[in-house]
Design a protein around this ligand. Structure first.
Ligand code: NAI
Length: 700
């Protein structure tokens, strides 16, 4: 009996028959995600192909740029994810098919996409394909059989490497591992169809992983667990992934699949995976900026950096690393030599670590041209100023750049706190002036605050957002205010750390509590690292307009007045012996702290970790809400990206704004009111939080 091929399988899966082979093509842009309609389409197509006697084999392929990017992450924790058929129903249908089912992989087969391919009898791939199970990056384990089938196919050791690191392999490696059966010569679909027909004609039964069990003794699972980094953002998922692969070596496949599913469901419902998925989308949304760039605008092909200090050298490296020529300009030879030798030293460390070859370093260094003449920036498409943090110095420099630089050049400042509009006013082309706030070390840190001035043109913003991504940064668009997003929030965070010092906490206690919360560094060790003088100068600048009645952190001034400016002077909130970077508790610092506390009228009292964390983190949240209300950040998730990538906020908590949502804004508001009653006006709840709570919103 011949059944009619269904006209349509679903909106997202197409069927055509060629030489007796049914080709099912997933067409669900942008990444052919395995949403409910794709699963339904594949199921119907497979049912038809299995029932139809004329069909000899099935090929599953992807339309567009890839085979399949995996499960539809947006459908997780939604009813659509539970809609039938599930991935496992599709996989069961393939297993019981009486004809070969071949995955034809081009582009990427990731996560659920690779799991679909693993459930097929055979896999062929184009030479450029990449295959991986990156679920751990989202705080998950593969939940569609990946942890059970992959070890059966390529062995436990190789599977662990792919699953626990979440890193994909290319087609050649996949072939060597036995993950794909053949790498396509010529056109993939024709190759896959011929391969499928060959298998259909072959004697013997189709491969079935159900009969296989990977060797348990191939891997020392306890040692793998012990080797995991407990501070990794996805530690919990990595540990669960090791457990799952171990289970694959201990149980029949059917039982292993059930166990894996249980682990997946637990992780997908947990706060860590929620936070990591939130960040996954936040990082992809932050760089988006729709603006029409005039067609004749050239791409940024050359860059000039002014100032070869801490920031300038790192910024020059960031561009040289991305293949762009950079002119690095200093005001005198000694400063230039210092800057260049620091750049060389940084590259040297990379070579020592085996991350770069000496030849590659030479190529990068050759892209950095140094100069003492400001005139040498005249032809650059983008000029980034990274000189002293002083308005008069910057304005004078921008005035000169205005006369020197070619029309259409972007004039950027790396200022960390100063007013971009005032800097722009020193030029006759404020539409070309923008802030590009890199983070230290600029060649390493991925965050870039792109500061839009009042008159910065949309085209200049769009070009900078695109440039940032081209050099591997995550740009976040922010507005002009004291400290923009990151440093403005840091002010409140440090303020609470200082106040708690005055009230009775010790530096190492505050830092330890915040590290236990998950911060990469405690606030006071971080202040010592950054240098206390910059903040001291900022406080002095702000003192003239300090609101009457608002508490002032005198301890921060007293520490600086004692000549303790942080690591660079060997002492700050801690001491640093003989150039060491390791903070040591210091009785002399404690004496200054205690005196400042007494001066502020406090009798020292004990602090718990909970109180320390609450005051530091809610200070971030409250200021973040004001920043949103002021329109300085475009979205709450942008603030999360800034804090995770610029300030070491734990990714598995999703950033301060996401974290506030996990506490519930009503609870946050109640705590802010209590803190206001106990400590004063710095805790007045942000109006946005009050409005959201009144509207019944639990998060930002
Ligand atoms: P730095 O003091 O290490 O370096 C500044 C360099 O600029 C010095 O080498 C100086 O000789 C040079 N310079 C001064 N006037 C110049 C001129 N007219 N032409 C050419 N070179 C000139 O300072 P740093 O830390 O690199 O900071 C630079 C800028 O970056 C500041 O605006 C700062 O606020 C900002 N920034 C600093 C961060 C940090 O962590 N240090 C982080 C982000 C931004």
């Amino acid at each position: 009996m011949t059944t009619e091929a269904p006209d349509t399988l679903s909106d997202t899966v197409r069927l055509h028959t060629q030489d007796g082979v049914v080709v099912l093509t997933i067409d669900n842009p942008p990444v052919n995600g395995l949403g409910n309609t794709v699963r339904a389409g594949l199921f119907r197509g497979l049912e038809y192909a299995i029932a139809e006697p004329q069909v000899r084999a099935v090929v599953i392929a992807g339309a567009g740029s890839m085979f399949c990017g995996g499960a539809d992450i947006r459908q997780f924790n939604t009813p659509a994810a539970a809609e039938l058929p599930l991935s496992r129903d599709v996989q069961a249908l393939i297993r019981h098919a009486n004809k070969p089912v071949v995955a034809a992989i081009h582009g990427a087969a990731l996560g659920g996409g690779l799991e679909l391919a693993l459930a097929c009898h055979f896999r062929v791939a184009s030479a450029q394909a990449s295959l991986g199970l990156p679920e751990v990056q989202l705080g998950l384990v593969p939940g569609g059989g990946g942890t059970q089938r992959l070890p059966r196919l390529i062995g436990a050791r190789a599977a662990l490497e792919m699953i626990v690191q979440g890193r994909p392999v290319d087609a050649a490696k996949a072939c060597a591992l036995g993950l794909v059966d053949a790498v396509a010569q010529g056109q993939l679909l024709a190759f896959a169809t011929a391969f499928a027909l060959e298998q259909a004609a072959a004697e013997g039964s189709l491969p079935d992983l159900h009969g296989r069990m990977p060797a348990l003794d191939e891997v020392d699972f306890a040692a793998v667990r012990a080797g995991l980094d407990p501070r990794a953002r996805n530690h919990k998922a990595q540990k669960a992934a090791v457990d799952c692969v171990e289970m694959a070596c201990q149980h029949e496949l059917a039982h292993g699949l059930d166990l894996e599913c249980e682990v997946f469901l637990k992780l997908v419902a947990g706060p860590e995976s929620h936070a990591l998925r939130h960040l996954f989308f936040a990082e992809r949304q932050a760089p988006k900026f729709e603006a029409r760039i005039p067609a004749d605008t050239p791409a940024i092909a050359s860059v000039a950096v002014l100032g070869a200090g801490t920031m300038g050298g790192g910024i020059a490296m960031a561009f040289a690393n991305a293949g762009l020529p950079v002119t690095l300009v200093e005001r005198d030879q000694a400063a230039l030599d210092r800057g260049l030798s620091l750049v060389r030293r940084n590259y040297g460390v990379t070579v020592e670590k085996g991350k770069l070859s000496p030849a590659e370093v030479e190529a990068r260094l050759a892209r950095i041209r140094s100069s003492l003449r400001l005139e040498d920036v005249a032809e650059a498409d983008l000029v980034i100023e990274a000189v002293f943090e002083d308005m008069a110095v910057k304005q004078e420099l921008f005035g000169r750049l205005d006369t020197l630089c070619k029309p259409g050049a972007i004039l950027a400042s790396n200022t960390s706190r100063l007013d971009i509009d005032r800097i722009a006013s020193a030029t006759g082309r404020p539409e070309d002036v923008i802030g590009l706030h890199f983070f230290s070390p600029a060649n390493v840190m991925r965050l870039l605050e792109v500061v839009r001035g009042e008159r910065t043109s949309d085209a200049v913003i769009a070009r900078c957002m695109a440039m940032a991504q081209a050099i591997g940064k995550i740009p976040v668009l922010v507005g002009v205010c004291e400290g923009f997003v990151g440093n403005r929030m840091l002010t409140g965070y440090w303020r609470e750390a200082w106040f708690m010092l005055e009230e009775g906490a010790r530096p190492e206690q505050i830092d330890a509590a915040m590290k236990r919360f998950g911060m990469a560094m405690g606030p006071l060790a971080m202040a010592d690292l950054a240098g206390l003088d910059i903040n001291w100068a900022t406080r002095q600048r702000l003192l003239a307009t300090w609101p009457p009645g608002l508490r002032y952190p005198r301890v921060a001034d007293r520490i600086c007045e004692a000549g303790r400016l942080g690591q660079k002077t060997g002492a700050g909130y801690y001491r640093y012996d003989n150039g060491s970077r390791l903070p040591q508790p210091d009785p002399q610092a404690m004496a200054i702290i205690e005196a400042a506390g007494a001066e502020a009228g406090f009798t020292r009292r004990a602090f718990t970790d909970e109180e320390i964390v609450e005051r530091c983190v809610l200070a971030l949240v409250n200021e973040g809400a004001r920043i949103l209300d002021d329109g300085i950040a475009r979205r709450a998730s942008d603030i999360d990206v800034v804090y995770v990538h610029g300030y070491g906020f734990p990714a598995w908590r999703g950033g301060p704004m996401h974290y506030a949502g996990t506490l519930g804004l009503e609870a946050v508001l109640a705590r802010l009111r209590a803190l206001e009653a106990a400590h004063g006006a710095q805790w007045t709840p942000a109006p946005l939080i009050q409005r959201l709570v009144a509207d019944g919103q639990a998060g930002f």
